[in-house]
Ligand binder design. Structure first.
Ligand code: FEO
Length: 169
């Protein structure tokens, strides 16, 4: 049986993962409205992926005999300055999620909860990937600043980049 403290912390993380999904869906809507169809699709896929992160913890908590308690999902920002702004916010957000996962793991260590520590290893590795991907795309966008044609080119190829990086995992 999982401890009350651990259960509460995992429930908080479930909420954070579903918020991440909502956050990226909002960015997808923004990119779509600006006609960046590739970035819009990229953010939709990212939103889907965040839902799977939420479900991974949802299923895990239930497997351990815990109780999933869903809370309200905070409203994400809806106005962004540019595509560059969305990826700056993505990187900042993923860094925040990394620290949430690290804190969750720290608690699992304090609670002598070995199963949760093992489960969180996947999330710890995933965060390395998430931060690296956001940083890489942000760097590509920064490299072509002031060149709308080049940004359009990245937009058209960004989903393909995502697929090939996931295949190589
Ligand atoms: Fe679920 Fe992007 O971390």
């Amino acid at each position: 049986m999982i401890s009350e403290k651990m259960q509460k912390a995992i429930n908080d993380q479930i909420n954070a993962e579903f918020y991440s999904s909502y956050f990226y869906l909002s960015m997808a809507a923004y990119c779509e409205s600006e006609n960046y169809k590739g970035f819009a699709e990229w953010f939709r896929l990212q939103a889907e992926e965040e839902r799977t992160h939420g479900f991974k913890l949802f299923d895990y908590l239930q497997e351990r005999g815990g109780r999933v308690i869903l809370k309200a999902i905070e409203e994400p920002p809806s106005n962004f300055k540019s595509v560059k702004d969305t990826f700056e916010q993505t990187l900042e957000h993923e860094r925040k999620v990394t620290s949430l996962i690290n804190n969750l793991n720290k608690l699992a260590i304090e609670e002598n909860d070995y199963a949760t520590q093992a489960h969180l290893q996947w999330f710890i590795s995933e965060q390395v990937e998430e931060e690296a991907t956001a940083e890489d795309i942000l760097n590509q966008i920064k490299m072509v600043e002031g060149e709308p044609g080049s940004l359009f080119y990245i937009d058209r190829h960004i989903v393909g980049q995502r697929a090939s990086s996931r295949e190589s995992e």
